[in-house]
Design a protein around this ligand. Sequence first.
Ligand SMILES: *[C@@H]1O[C@H](CO)[C@@H](O)[C@H](O)[C@H]1NC(C)=O
Ligand SMILES: *[C@@H]1O[C@H](CO)[C@@H](O)[C@H](O)[C@H]1NC(C)=O
Length: 280
Amino acid sequence: MVSVLVVFVVSLVWIFSVSNDVVATQIYTIDVVNEYHHDPGAFSQGLIYAGNDTLYESTGLYKKSSVRKVHLQTGKIEVFHKMGDSWFGEGMTLLGDRLFQVTWLNKKGYIYDQNNLSQIGSFQHQMKDGWGLATDGKVLFGSDGTSSLYAINPVNFEVIKRVTVKYEDREVHYLNELEYINGEVWANVWVTDCIARISPKDGRVLSWVFLPQLRQHLLTSGHTKIDVLNGIAWDEENKRIFVTGKLWPKLYEIKLRPITEQLNKNTMDMCSPPKIIHRM
Ligand SMILES: *[C@@H]1O[C@H](CO)[C@@H](O)[C@H](O)[C@H]1NC(C)=O
Ligand SMILES: *[C@@H]1O[C@H](CO)[C@@H](O)[C@H](O)[C@H]1NC(C)=O
């Protein structure tokens, strides 16, 4: 009798903890609050909101890579720095009054003056590649297209910590543009319409933001040349979230709305595609 009871209690505890794990990952959909003009020639790789309706953006593609200071409401480029033709701009973040930017297929990054975007320095980092950058005001967070999230010393660029980003037991590969928001690191996952909200402490995906409608709406309204969702910016003062994509004609202010359904396997595959070993 006692053993039957023990088995019963143990199973209850097991069921309870399993179902707890399942519902632990919240899923959000979004509502568009505002939309703004975005340069459809900007292959967005880094996006930052710096107050006073000012955005900074880093763009990629050889011969077209740049760093820009952009006015939010109009999309007007106020300051433009063209990178050398052989450089492919990637993620960027603002720490103090300096912009830090990484580059694709390279371990070299650049530092710019935030006012006139003149290049004031460069650095070498220890990630496998340069994809995304963000900051909590103390350290840099970096991604390199793998499932690794790095914390990097902004003075000597040494890796302080590396965590593997996982959703439940599954590694989330292709972490791309990053933003630090309220203790979490938000990451675009390359080639998906999903943003992973990650705990930088242990790499756990705390929740997903699922936003396929933005790209789909642009495609159905005739913008057939657009590339993937990429670029997250956070206005800490006014609690506004901005997103855009590579070659998108629009930048959106969005609000999150929790959805109650669990993430089924298809959605999970959509947000966290398996790693392709040999890709071009
Ligand atoms: C805010 O931006 C405007 C131009 O868009 C500029 O004239 C003004 O000086 C800026 N204010 C601050 C506090 O940076
Ligand atoms: C850019 O601004 C900094 C000060 O913020 C100044 O030292 C530097 O000379 C400026 N560079 C150019 C090219 O105007």
